[in-house]
Design a protein around this ligand. Structure first.
Ligand code: FAD
Length: 478
């Protein structure tokens, strides 16, 4: 491009910490010099990352910097209010253009609009690209121009548009960097030190684009039985791509086309279609976030504003620590604490337990997940919590209350998941593993359990809690 011949571009990385299928980087690759920038946004309007996400981010940035260096580039790190930082870096490198891939949270979009205007005033071209969804959030609307609120018609419409565009390859070469100051990851203190609680995260995850690609390939090589086994927390049946997708280490279009390729080469289509529909739920969450910017803070169904939450702090803490006395709930909460991730089925069970058995506002659960999940996602987390609480679009009705005992028995029948995460009850026979309080004193003693001492008694009785939840719901039922 003639006008790019003597150009100084900035590519601003955000939720897209990758080189492949990065439209903004592809555009920046045509400039004469290039500044690859990541900003730790300290704008109070932006939601601060949770602790587990900060750990992931540090490692993802390290991996991205290493990948950029193989192309003679490097990542420039700056901290501050994003609007100020972008403009000051643009001045430092005498930028002619600044490129980024779009994001869809309200605060992020407001920042991007303000930056685009400020750059224009500086005479710098700003360019934004779609890159983090299969379909641009907001593109699909009802006949009246309103949001689609039900998943199945949404996903049918997405599919009727045909396959998304093919992923772009990573650039083979990049323009040289400008010599400007970068902060260091050590300056940012994203990783915990005193205490260093991230041992479980390090043992479980490898952040970065290469790890994301490898994980996808391994998963698709062995996808058989995903459609059924994905609900079994004791089986490693799901892709575990969620933190990689959250931080954009792999693009959804790359995942989509790799899955379709696998189906064309012998992978069972039932499993592939189910997997793609899960990606569809991610799209749906972003679509909801676009239409409801306050998704993480406001009930989509306004009648829930009057819900009589109990919000008992002690009960919240018991749930957070995995000490409710319901093994499947406790196993999930401990998996989360230890690894920064929790199996989807168990996320539904623990969320339902918090909201319905303990009558704690879903926003407090959302906040805990935001802090502890490595995949804490502005769209998926909020949409899923509202789905479980019954306050969302296309939500599970509030009166459908998961029974944590039956959920455990159905989806973890041999108790392997519970035994892994709640070792103090591991020696119980299968028939009591999801309801230790029904074991006789002799059986408990044989398993080395002193109920109420080595493992808690249930924090609430299921039937009593269920009745209480239905009464609370009756107060807002219209
Ligand atoms: P796979 O089954 O392999 O699915 C592939 C991808 O599809 C996932 O990586 C994810 O990007 C997407 N996906 C799968 N299930 C869902 C779903 N139900 N909703 C939206 N997208 C989905 N997911 C997050 O990525 N971040 C969150 O913060 C988050 N919070 C959640 C909170 C609650 C209360 C619940 C019930 C679910 C939440 N989910 C969240 C959705 C889901 O649990 C995870 O995406 C999934 O467990 C990730 O595991 P996986 O990558 O192995 O999934």
């Amino acid at each position: 491009m003639a006008d790019d011949l003597q150009s100084s571009a900035i590519v601003w990385f955000r939720d897209d910490l990758r080189l492949a299928d990065h439209p903004a980087l592809t555009a920046g690759a045509r400039a004469t010099t290039l500044t690859c920038l990541y900003i730790l946004d300290e704008d109070p309007a932006a939601r601060a990352l949770g602790s587990a996400s900060r750990w992931w981010l540090a490692n993802a940035l390290r991996a991205l910097d290493a990948d950029l260096r193989t192309l003679g580039q490097r990542l420039v790190l700056r901290r501050g209010k994003a609007r100020d930082v972008v403009c000051s870096v643009a001045r430092e490198v005498q930028a002619t253009q600044v490129y980024w891939n779009r994001r869809y949270d309200a605060a992020g979009m407001a920042t991007d609009d303000a930056i685009a205007a400020a750059l224009k005033a500086l005479g710098v071209r700003g360019g934004s690209f779609p890159g983090n969804c299969l379909i641009e959030p907001g593109r699909l609307v009802t006949k009246d121009g309103g949001p689609l609120r039900v998943f199945t018609p949404f996903w049918n419409r997405v599919q009727s548009l045909g396959a998304p565009r093919l992923p772009m390859p990573p650039p083979k070469e990049l323009p040289p960097p400008r010599d400007i100051r970068s902060e260091t990851l050590e300056d940012w203190k994203l990783e915990p030190t005193a205490p260093d609680w991230a041992g479980g995260l390090r043992a479980t995850w490898t952040p970065g684009e290469k790890a994301a690609r490898d994980r996808l390939a391994d998963f698709l090589d062995d996808i058989h039985d995903y459609a059924d086994a994905r609900d079994r927390p004791g089986k490693p049946a799901t892709s575990r791509l969620s933190p990689h997708l959250r931080f954009g280490e792999i693009a959804p279009v790359a995942v989509f086309h790799a899955a379709r390729f696998a189906a064309d080469h012998g992978a069972p289509s039932r499993d592939i279609e189910k997997f793609l529909s899960e990606l569809g739920w991610r799209e749906f969450s972003y679509h909801l976030l676009h239409h409801y910017p306050a998704l993480a803070t406001e009930n989509l169904q306004k009648r829930f504003d009057a819900f009589p939450w109990l919000n008992d702090d002690a009960a919240l803490k018991t749930w957070q620590r995995g000490k409710t006395g319901y093994p499947i709930v406790d196993a999930g909460m401990r998996e989360l604490w230890h690894t920064g991730w929790m199996h989807n089925r168990v996320r539904m069970v623990v969320a339902s337990f918090l909201v319905k058995h303990l009558l704690i506002d879903w926003r407090r659960g959302e906040q805990w997940f935001w802090d502890t999940l490595v995949d804490a996602d502005p769209a998926n987390n909020a949409a899923s919590w509202q789905w479980v609480a019954g306050s969302g679009a296309d939500a599970a009705p509030f009166f459908r209350i998961f029974n944590p005992i039956l959920q455990g028995e159905k989806f973890d029948p041999a108790g392997s998941y519970v035994r892994r995460w709640v070792p103090e009850i591991a020696a119980l026979p299968d028939r009591f593993i999801h309801k230790p309080w029904l074991a006789s004193p002799r059986e408990l003693a044989a398993a080395g359990i002193a109920l109420g001492k080595t493992y808690p008694k249930p924090i609430v009785d299921h039937d009593v809690a269920r009745k209480r939840a239905l009464e609370a719901f009756a107060a807002i039922r219209t």
